[in-house]
Design a protein around this ligand. Structure first.
Ligand code: ADP
Length: 589
């Protein structure tokens, strides 16, 4: 039911009730007043009649009595009945004389009874004689010994017609009330409806508006009104403002929290009690290699370990697991996942860490130890075997003892080289190597390295040349640069074929200078290039040659270059050979 209909009903029912109650009261009062008035009139007339008649039983005969009643009736314009003390009627203005004796004995008529008891009495009832509603008033005559009754009656229709006209007025009033109610409720409903509709429109706008539109929508609220609608509008406006600032605050906190979670480095997933994901940070998709997880279930991610983890968390509240996932390029990523179930919300908080690097480091450490032991064991066993042979008698043989002693010397040199390389590496690793960065003319240092190593090439008749642009100043440590150049040039000599040429060149790459050492040796197979700078790594080819080496030189080069803020790499030369390159920051000032 609409507001208009409700208002109409309320007003109409209230008005109807008011009119009905007024009608009842008015009818009662009017009837009462009329009756009192008529009784009063009848009493006056009856008193007069009593004076005129004096004593009813003193009238000679029936004819005389009835004719007196007729005269009195026509004089008073009412019905007059003369009743003897025993109730017999001897005269009635509305009954013919010959019918008087047919009338009932009136002793039991209420007004007659009252008259005998109290001197006068009245009643209203339907008269069979005159066939209409009559009001009777009875009074005693002047016979003190055996009083008779003189009764006067008038039709009661007067009162009824008065009440009837009252009914008509009431119907008219009700009709007018209905029309007034309809118009009034219509106007009131329309007014209320418009006010509420305005308010509802403005509040609905606020409800759906985004942050930008809200200011404008708040202005649409009728806050300037001074009535109840104005109060509601002011309250809505105030609540909206408060809500807005609270939402802004929450959004700000959420953003801050979200960016903290995004920057954490760990992937975070929040899932509800059914395992449905409700939050993910940026890292998750990177670590798990899956996108748009919100809305999916953890079990939908098709990662068996996570399903198992969720199962365990449901029982134990906290669980963790390490597992591997295969990435698009078929490489493997190791993931450590920890899950916790919140005590209060029962939500699951899953944290995933990429532990590939950690695993790699620990496997590198294991490899390193086994490599070190392996590499050290060879020279140590040679030294030991040769020493034992010497002790066991080879010393007597001068020629043989020289061979064994040379082998001991050679292997102890190798051992010493390896140990000092390892020490250097660990010093670089732990940041103990002090680098004195200064402006260095690269050509001068390349020339110096070539000069010091030129002799190495003589054995295989390898020439070395530099096609370097002059005047390039780099920022580097003198000793580190010397070591890098020596290592790369030594390798080039070592792994080059006889009669070949080594070429050193420089070129500017952005704000760095790239220095390349190109040889025309066997080159390095593509699949081995990635491991070349790892400690102890030697290509299968190198291991097969007689060239001695530890596989630590390039690892030292890489560490030194990186410490000088440069980069290092290798590529194949055409038609054959390899190009080892490294970059150093150019002095731009
Ligand atoms: P070492 O030379 O002592 O073995 P390095 O760390 O200097 O150790 O070199 C590692 C490996 O890289 C070598 O064993 C060799 O297999 C390969 N290598 C280095 N330089 C060259 C080169 N110029 N040509 C071909 N292979 C090379």
């Amino acid at each position: 039911m609409g507001i208009g209909s409700r208002l109409f009903l309320i007003i109409f029912i209230s008005l109807g009730l008011g009119i009905f109650v007024s009608y009842i009261i008015a009818e009662r009062d009017i009837t009462d007043t009329f009756q009192k008035h008529i009784i009063n009139e009848l009493q006056n007339q009856a008193s007069l009649l009593a004076e005129v008649v004096d004593e009813v039983d003193a009238i000679g005969d029936l004819n005389e009595a009835d004719s007196l009643a007729d005269r009195l009736g026509s004089a008073s314009n009412s019905r007059v009945t003369l009743i003897l003390s025993d109730g017999r009627v001897i005269g009635d203005s509305d009954v013919d004389t010959q019918n008087i004796n047919d009338l009932d004995n009136h002793i039991n008529r209420p007004e007659v009874q009252d008259a005998f008891l109290k001197g006068s009495g009245w009643s209203i009832r339907y008269s069979d004689t005159v066939k209409q509603q009559q009001m009777y008033f009875a009074i005693l005559d002047n016979n003190d010994v055996s009083p008779n009754v003189i009764r006067i009656a008038v039709p009661y229709v007067n009162v009824d017609s008065a009440i009837g006209s009252l009914n008509l007025s009431i119907i008219l009033i009700a009709l007018v009330a209905f029309i007034v109610t309809s118009i009034a409720s219509g106007i009131a409903a329309n007014y209320a409806y418009r006010s509420i509709a305005d308010l509802a429109y403005a509040t609905s706008k606020i409800a759906v508006a985004d942050g930008k539109a809200r200011k404008k929508d708040l202005k649409a609220l009728p806050t300037e009104r001074t009535d109840e609608f104005g109060n509601v509008a002011q309250s809505v406006s105030q609540i909206s403002e408060e809500l807005k600032s609270k939402i802004n605050l929450i959004a700000k906190q959420r953003d801050q929290f979200g960016s903290v979670l995004d920057d954490l480095g760990e992937g975070i997933i929040v899932a509800d009690i059914d395992g449905k994901i409700t939050y993910e940070n940026e890292q998750v998709s990177l670590i798990l290699n899956k996108n748009e997880l919100v809305g999916k279930k953890i079990t939908d991610l098709n990662i068996k370990s996570l399903n198992y983890l969720l199962k365990r968390a449901k029982k134990k509240k906290r669980a963790d697991i390490e597992f591997e996932i295969e990435l698009n390029d078929r490489s493997i990523r190791w993931v450590l996942a920890t899950i916790n179930q919140s005590k209060t919300t029962k939500e699951f908080i899953l944290v995933v860490h990429d532990i590939t690097q950690l695993r790699r480091f620990s496997s590198m450490r294991r490899d390193f130890i086994s490599n070190v032991s392996h590499e050290l064991r060879t020279p140590v066993s040679v030294i030991r075997a040769n020493s034992e042979t010497l002790v066991d008698g080879a010393l007597e043989d001068k020629k043989q003892s020289k061979v064994f002693a040379k082998a001991i010397l050679h292997n102890s040199e190798r051992l010493s080289d390896m140990v000092s390389s390892l020490l250097d590496l660990s010093r670089i690793d732990y940041g103990e190597l002090r680098l004195n960065i200064e402006e260095l003319d690269i050509n001068k240092h390349i020339d110096k390295a070539i000069d010091s190593l030129k002799n190495l090439g003589k054995r295989k008749n390898i020439s070395i040349e530099c096609s370097c642009s002059k005047g390039k100043i780099v920022l580097a440590d003198k000793n580190a640069l010397e070591r890098i150049l020596n290592n790369l040039i030594e390798n080039a000599f070592k792994y080059s074929d006889s009669q070949s040429t080594i070429n050193i060149s420089t070129r500017k790459v952005k704000d760095h200078l790239e220095i390349s050492v190109k040889d025309s040796g066997k080159g390095i197979p593509d699949e081995e290039q990635d491991y070349l700078f790892d400690r102890f790594y030697r290509t299968a080819e190198a291991r097969a040659t007689e060239e001695k080496g530890s596989g630590l030189g390039l690892a030292i080069v890489k560490n030194l270059v990186n410490n000088l803020n440069g980069d290092v790499g290798v590529k194949n030369a055409k038609p054959q050979g390899s190009i080892f390159w490294f970059t150093l920051p150019l002095n731009t000032s």
